[in-house]
Design a protein around this ligand. Structure first.
Ligand code: BTN
Length: 333
C-alpha cells in the first residue's frame, strides 16, 4: 500500500500547501501561484484554505490579494513532521487525517494489511477515539495529539504491557523536555498531572499464543484544550491549562516519536527491566501508594508494592498478602 493512500487520508497536495505557507511565512502568495505550485485548481485552493482555517491555521488574505500565514501552523502534516524526524523509524510512513473515527482502528487495519513497522497514523480530530476498557477518548479538533504507532516486535503477548508503560515513559520525557512539567504515570497507561488525567495509552495487538504479530500503540495527550466537557472537567487537564501557554503539538509530537524510538530500541535490546526500573522511578503509584483496584464488579484496596518482572503491579492487601494485578483500574484511595 502506498503511504498516504488510505481512504479519507489528507491529500498530499494539501500537506504541500501547508509546507509552502510554512516556508514562506510572511510573504503573500497568490491563489494562482499556489494552484500552479501544488497542481490543483484555484477553487480547490480556496476550499483547502477554508479547511485549514477550520483546524486553526491562521491564513490571512483573499484569492486576489494573496494568502499568507499569520503564524507558523500547529498542524501535524506528514511533511512538517518528516522534516523533524530525519532518519527516524517514524519518519517514513505517516498517515494524516483531518478527521477520522479512531487512529487505532486504522492502525489495526494497516497491521492486518502487512504495513511495515514504524507507520504513524495521526488525526487532528477523532469521532470515536478509543480509551481503555471500552471507554471513549474525547478528541477535540486540533487541540490534542492523537497518534497510533504500528510495531512488529518479536515479543510475547504478555510483554505488550511493557510497551504501554514504555510509551508512557516516552511521553513523560517529551513533556518534560518541552514544558518542564513532570507528569506522573499511573499504572499501567495513564499520564497524570496535579491528580488529573493528561493523557493515556491504548495498546492493541494481533498475536498468536506465544508471539505478537503486530502491536499498535495509541497515544492521546491533552495539549491545548482550554476547557473540557462538563463530565471530564473535574478529572482531565491539558498542558495549556497547566502552563498557561499554547504549546506546539508538532514539536511535542516530534519529541515524543524520537523518545519513543530510542526507548523502543533499548527495550528490545535490554528487556523488561529497562522499562520496569524507569517506570518505578517516574511513577508515584509504583510503591507505597494506597490504591483501590477495580476489575468489573470486584474491587479491593491495598498499598502498592512495586512491579513484578513483566510489569504487573503488586499490591499488598490487608493481612500482608501481596497480590499481582493483571488488569483493572487503579485509583488513589
Ligand atoms: C486511555 O487512557 O483510556 C487510553 C486513551 C488512548 C487514546 C488514544 S488517542 C490516539 C489513539 N486512537 C484511539 O482511538 N485511541 C488512542
Amino acid at each position: 500500500m502506498a503511504a498516504n493512500s488510505l481512504p479519507g487520508a489528507t491529500d498530499k497536495r494539501l500537506a504541500s500547501l501547508v509546507t509552502l505557507f510554512a516556508n514562506n511565512a510572511t510573504i503573500a502568495i497568490s491563489g494562482a501561484r499556489i494552484a500552479r505550485e501544488i497542481g490543483v485548481s484555484r477553487s480547490t485552493v480556496w476550499r483547502w484554505i477554508e479547511r485549514l482555517r477550520e483546524v486553526g491555521v491562521r491564513v490571512k488574505g483573499r484569492p486576489h490579494t494573496g494568502y499568507f500565514l499569520e503564524s507558523v501552523p500547529d498542524i501535524l502534516t506528514p511533511e512538517l513532521l518528516r522534516q523533524r524526524l530525519k532518519g527516524s523509524l517514524f519518519g517514513r510512513r505517516i498517515y494524516h487525517f483531518f478527521k477520522t473515527d479512531s487512529t487505532n482502528r486504522i492502525g489495526m487495519e494497516l497491521g492486518y494489511a502487512g504495513e511495515p513497522e514504524g507507520a504513524v497514523v495521526l488525526a487532528e480530530e477523532q469521532s470515536a477515539g478509543r480509551g481503555r476498557a471500552g471507554r471513549a477518548w474525547h478528541s477535540e479538533r486540533a487541540a490534542g495529539i492523537y497518534v497510533t504507532l504500528l510495531l512488529r516486535p518479536k515479543i510475547s503477548p504478555v510483554q505488550a504491557l511493557l510497551l504501554t508503560m514504555m510509551a508512557g515513559l516516552s511521553a513523560h520525557a517529551a513533556i518534560q523536555a518541552q514544558t518542564g512539567l513532570e507528569a506522573d504515570l499511573k499504572w499501567p497507561n495513564d499520564l497524570m498531572l496535579n491528580g488529573k488525567k493528561l493523557g493515556g495509552i491504548l495498546t492493541e495487538m494481533y498475536a498468536d499464543t506465544s508471539l505478537v504479530r503486530f502491536v499498535i500503540v495509541g497515544i492521546g495527550i491533552n495539549v491545548n484544550q482550554e476547557k473540557f466537557l462538563p463530565e471530564l472537567g473535574g478529572i482531565a487537564t491539558s498542558l495549556r491549562l497547566a502552563t498557561g501557554k499554547q504549546q506546539s503539538r508538532l514539536e511535542l509530537l516530534a519529541r515524543l516519536l524520537r523518545e519513543f524510538e530510542t526507548d523502543y530500541n533499548r527495550f528490545l535490546r535490554e528487556g523488561a527491566r529497562f522499562v520496569t526500573e524507569r517506570f518505578s522511578k517516574a511513577s508515584s503509584y509504583a510503591v507505597g501508594k494506597r490504591v483501590r483496584v477495580a476489575n468489573g464488579s470486584e474491587s479491593f484496596t491495598g498499598i502498592t508494592a512495586g512491579l513484578a518482572p513483566e510489569g504487573l503491579l503488586q499490591v499488598q492487601i490487608e493481612g500482608g498478602k501481596v497480590v499481582t494485578v493483571i488488569a483493572g483500574d487503579v485509583t488513589e484511595s
